[in-house]
Write a protein that binds this ligand. Structure first.
Ligand code: HEC
Ligand code: HEC
Ligand code: HEC
Ligand code: HEC
Ligand code: HEC
Ligand code: HEC
Length: 268
């Protein structure tokens, strides 16, 4: 009773959708039909809309910049070109990539509903009444800002190296925005102190740990804007330990430590 009360005050239900059917959701075409200004102009260039993308010939690639070849293999499935650049791997995409680069992966079949990331990946199941009451739409300017909920959504893909307890896969089991990611997705937060990890991935772990363990209200969205693909506002955030991933403890912030992003999971 008390637990339920506390969680509802926090605005997060302890539920997750691990192993359950993918919920019905409003697709991006429908959202964009109404949201013609602002979002529609920039969406096609957003890296989240290009996690998988086709060229003029209709050949598909994973990675907006690195462009590793994929090949259609039936509904919701891809083969991926192996590291030898000659053979096609038929298992890897579904077992190791789909959950973070495609939308709404079915826990039973591991088939995705749409390539790349649809609005649903972050905004979740949209309430049709949000047109009159923006508090009903996750990430609207009026939606309550709950730090654990925000890092659950962004962390559902950006905590690379985590593992779903229920499926054993390296991506969350049917995560739906609003769920508590950390119910089923096991993450080693000590990666926040791993000097060998690149600063790109490390600061993600550092921020998630600050929220989960230290009650921080600064989140990914204090520093990143999604629809303008910009981290300009990070300069206005109060200096704390997380800044040292990229800046020195002393001296001007104009000095930025160089780092290159690599990932064993994503194979680059
Ligand atoms: C846990 C979620 C997750 C899984 C699973 C995952 N990725 Fe990624 N991938 C990401 C995220 C997040 C990024 C962006 C990281 C960044 O920019 O710092 C990314 C980036 C990439 C990039 C670089 C994008 C670019 O072009 O700059 C490639 C290529 C890639 N992933 C391929 C793969 C492949 C292939 C697999 C499966 C073998 C895979 N990923 C599995 C989350 C994941
Ligand atoms: C990767 C996560 C993510 C995806 C995918 C995403 N959004 Fe957003 N959206 C956000 C966040 C976070 C905000 C809050 C403002 C910001 O940080 O940019 C937002 C804000 C908005 C806003 C209100 C702010 C504005 O600029 O007018 C609209 C409308 C919107 N999103 C529509 C969409 C639509 C439509 C799609 C799909 C085509 C989509 N979003 C896909 C994360 C996402
Ligand atoms: C039937 C038309 C319609 C559809 C479909 C629709 N929206 Fe909206 N949406 C609106 C209207 C009208 C508003 C309120 C006016 C505004 O703020 O733009 C709104 C508001 C929003 C806001 C809040 C903007 C702010 O002020 O911060 C977001 C975010 C948003 N919608 C995202 C979405 C997403 C994501 C989808 C698809 C899952 C979607 N909408 C589908 C019409 C629609
Ligand atoms: C469903 C998975 C998923 C979710 C949810 C998600 N991202 Fe991403 N994000 C990715 C992948 C994959 C990439 C790399 C895309 C590429 O370049 O191919 C990426 C790229 C990025 C980048 C780098 C953009 C660039 O310019 O290279 C930032 C910053 C980012 N995401 C922040 C966020 C934030 C903040 C949230 C939460 C509001 C979020 N993401 C939610 C998967 C996701
Ligand atoms: C204190 C501010 C801050 C916080 C909090 C923060 N970031 Fe970042 N992040 C940055 C800055 C600044 C960059 C570098 C942008 C650039 O190079 O232009 C960055 C880079 C990134 C990149 C791209 C990595 C690369 O260089 O390829 C991703 C992806 C990302 N952040 C995701 C996230 C996610 C997800 C969260 C939340 C868990 C988060 N960030 C929290 C400031 C922040
Ligand atoms: C993931 C890496 C990353 C993190 C974490 C990060 N920064 Fe930055 N910061 C950058 C990069 C890259 C630039 C240079 C590009 C730019 O101006 O956006 C920068 C530039 C700046 C600048 C402008 C400096 C100048 O004189 O031009 C300020 C101020 C700043 N950061 C403050 C902060 C603060 C405060 C924090 C912690 C709350 C922080 N940064 C965390 C990567 C990061």
């Amino acid at each position: 009773m008390v637990i339920i009360l506390v969680l509802s005050v926090l605005g997060l239900n302890a539920q997750d959708h691990a192993g359950k059917p993918v919920p019905t959701y409003v697709t991006g075409d429908e959202c964009l039909f109404c949201h013609r200004v602002k979002v529609v102009d920039t969406w096609q260039q957003n890296p989240h809309a290009r996690t998988i993308w086709p060229n003029e010939k209709g050949e598909e690639f994973i990675g907006s910049k690195l462009a590793r070849p994929l090949r259609k293999a039936g509904y919701g499935k891809f083969d991926i070109l192996a590291a030898d650049k000659k053979t096609w791997d038929k298992e890897k995409f579904a077992n190791r990539c789909a959950g973070c680069h495609a939308t709404a992966v079915d826990p039973e079949t591991k088939a995705f509903a749409t390539t790349a990331l649809d609005c649903y990946a972050c905004h979740g199941v949209a309430d049709p009444n949000h047109t009159k009451d923006a508090t009903l739409m996750r990430f609207s300017s009026k939606y309550p800002k709950n730090a654990r909920e925000i890092v659950s959504v962004c962390g559902s893909c950006h905590l690379r190296g985590g593992k779903s307890h229920s499926s054993g896969l390296p991506y969350p089991n049917n995560f739906v925005p609003g769920d508590d990611l950390f119910h089923d997705f096991e993450v080693d937060l000590a990666q926040a102190d791993n000097e060998k990890l690149n600063a790109g991935d490390r600061h993600v772990f550092a921020n998630v740990r600050d929220v989960l363990k230290n009650g921080s209200s600064s989140t990914c969205l204090s520093c990143h804007a999604i629809h303008t693909d910009s981290s300009a506002k990070h300069k206005r955030v109060l200096t704390s330990a997380i800044c040292q991933n990229c800046h020195n403890a002393e001296g001007p912030k104009s000095a930025v430590k160089k780092y290159e992003v690599h990932s064993a999971l994503c194979e680059y």
